[in-house]
Design a protein. Structure first.
Length: 78
């Protein structure tokens, strides 16, 4: 599971670089931070259970934040 966090770090780095190239600096910064966190956590050698708990915690926070942003910040399409 530690290796999968490093894989997540690789993909978030790829997304961050594409966002940076597309002049979406806020999104790029968010994904660069996620990349650093994923690589850091990937090398800490936690137990499998700890990695799963961190992953599901990350997923809950990400989905709640995405839902909040898409419903309350973006507004309704007209």
């Amino acid at each position: 599971m530690a290796r999968m966090f490093r894989v997540l770090g690789f993909w978030t780095l790829a997304i961050a670089l594409m966002a940076f190239a597309g002049d979406m600096y806020e999104m790029a910064l968010l994904f660069f931070i996620q990349t650093a966190v994923f690589f850091l956590v990937g090398y800490l050698n936690f137990t499998e259970r700890a990695y799963l708990m961190m992953f599901w915690g990350y997923m809950v926070v990400a989905f709640v934040a995405f839902t909040y942003w898409s419903v309350f910040e973006m507004g309704l399409p007209l």
